[in-house]
Structures are given as C-alpha cells and as structure tokens.
Design a protein around this ligand. Structure first.
Ligand code: FES
Length: 306
C-alpha cells in the first residue's frame, strides 16, 4: 500500500523479457478476469508511474474505488504476488513535451502519470514545480518517493488541514512560458479549465471521469469500416461502438465514457462529432482519430480504418 486505499502493483513479463518502451504520461490496460456489461473481459486503464528507463517492470498505482465498476476492488482483493494478468501495450494520451516552465498539479492518485514527467523534467534540467493535493496526509500516495524530490520545488497540500487549494492565486502570476500538467478528480480539472479560459498559460490534463459535455441530440449516420469491408447504419439510439461490436467488428473498449482512449480509432474520411474527454482541442480539429464509444458523426457518412 502506498497510501490509504492505494496499492502499488509491479508487473514484469512472465518470461522475464523486456517490456515495450513507453514515455511519461502513458498508461496500460489491465485485462481483468471479470465480465463487462457485454460479457467481454473487463479492461481497466492505469497510468504507468515507474521509471521509463526500467525495461523490465511496469509500476501502477491503483486506488480502490468503491463506487467504480468493480475493477479496482477486484485488483485490491484478489491479485497476489506471482499472479499472471494480461496487459495491453502502453498507450499515451497525455504526452509530456519540452515546455519552458512546467507546473505539475496532481490530485491524489492523479500523481501516477505525473511522477514520470517530474523525473523527465529533472533529467532534462527543466524549470518545474509540483503540487500534490489530497484530502489527508494518509491519502497522499508515494510520499516516500516525493520526499526524495528537491523539496524547494514540491508542495504537498492536505485540504483537511489547510483548506482548498487556492488555484486562482496560484495560477495568476503564470505567463505564456508555463504549461500546467494536471491529473486528478473532476472538480480540480474543471476549475483549471475554467481558469485557463483567456489566460496566457497552457493547460494539459488527463481525466479519470468524463467531462460534462454540452447537451446534443444524436443524429443517425452511416459508417464505412474500410478494413472489414462493411457499411453500417448507426441509429440515434445506439452508440457507434455498439453498432461496430454488433456487426462483429473487434474494437477494444474499457470505460465506454470517452475517458480512457482505449477505443481510439482512425478516421479516414467524414467529420467526427467529438464527445470524449481525451483529445485536445487541436486533435479534435484535426479529426484524424475519434473515440467510438461516445463520439458520433457530423457528416452523413464516416469512414473508419477498422
Ligand atoms: Fe474509453 Fe472509449 S472505451 S474512451
């Protein structure tokens, strides 16, 4: 256990071989021996929090979420040292760039994708600061690891002791040279997005739960699945993912809420109507990829590389 309700899982290949490379911000999907709503194995995404230079182990931090869909509770209650689990290769929807100045803001378990970014920032002698917030000290994960970071750059904030983090005061002095990377609960990320409106600093976030989307009516559309040579109709009352799966087309999915990025699919033509919480505004505008669990089409026909 690395904090109250949070366990650390260290994974290695069962044959001892090297694991696929990854970069800060990446996650893997754990394939759990539980069935999801459609009877398929439950996939759960977890950020990699270990060292990118370690080619033989992946480290994950897993918060027990009593109100979740059972994946984290199963890991807490059933996984034992030596067990075998299937794991997807790493994917990265939260890439870390060489920004001039960086402010990391982690809320609780949101520290997991941030830790490798901090190591990278130290390695590259970047200008960085880290704020880790949690309700209580006991819920602050990886405290030992955090204690080894340069303490003049790290601030641990417990809201039960010090009240809510004053984000407005914290962010007011930041200029266009600063990028804020944040991961944590929705209220933290919603507040950051609101404060970022019209501000000069840049914001990159990763969510665990879907952001509120503006209400929009579903329109029916057709989808052409190029690799499967199929044309399908997506009615207003079904998701694109449901229609694809119903036609026997294999698409990995996990959250089905537009948060994890597992169902990301390449768009060959047509205009997606993005409703996910993964793609950045630039990526949405490019329209090259879409999350088929929640996103739909603005055009009458979408062509997908699937
Ligand atoms: Fe998670 Fe689609 S299944 S984004």
């Amino acid at each position: 256990m690395v904090a109250e309700g949070i366990l650390e899982l260290t994974l290695g290949a069962s044959d001892g071989s090297r694991l696929p490379e990854w970069r800060a911000g990446a996650h893997v999907d754990l394939v759990l021996p539980l069935a999801d709503a459609e009877g398929e194995p439950l996939l759960r995404p977890y950020s990699l929090c270990g060292d990118v230079a370690d080619r033989f182990t992946y480290r994950l931090g897993i918060l027990r979420e009593p109100a979740g869909r059972g994946g984290s509770a199963w890991v807490h209650d059933h996984v034992k040292v030596g067990d075998e689990l299937a794991v997807s290769p790493p994917r990265n929807h939260f890439p870390f760039a060489m920004d001039e100045r960086v402010l990391f803001i982690a809320g609780g378990i949101g520290i997991t994708p941030i830790l490798p970014m901090v190591r990278k920032a130290i390695f590259d002698s970047m200008e960085w600061r880290l704020i880790v917030a949690a309700r209580t000290t006991a819920r602050l994960p990886f405290r030992e690891e955090l204690a080894h970071l340069p303490q003049d750059r790290v601030r641990l904030h417990c809201s039960e002791e010090s009240g809510m983090l004053d984000l407005k005061a914290l962010l007011a002095p930041l200029g266009p040279e600063t990028t804020v990377y944040s991961c944590g609960p929705a209220p933290l990320l919603d507040a950051l997005q609101a404060l970022n409106q019209g501000a000069q600093w840049h914001l990159k976030i990763e969510r665990f739960a879907a952001a509120k989307q503006p209400k929009a009516e579903n329109q029916p559309f057709d989808v052409i699945c190029k690799a499967s040579a199929k044309r399908l109709h997506v009615p207003a009352d079904k998701s694109l993912l449901e229609v694809l799966k119903g036609a026997g087309i294999k698409v990995d999915s996990s959250c089905r809420d537009g948060v994890c990025g597992t169902c990301e699919t390449r768009v060959l033509s047509g205009t997606p109507c993005h409703r996910d919480s993964v793609l950045s505004p630039d990526e949405r505008a490019e329209g090259t990829y879409m999350m088929v669990c929640v996103s739909r089409a603005k055009s009458d026909v979408l062509e997908l590389d699937i």
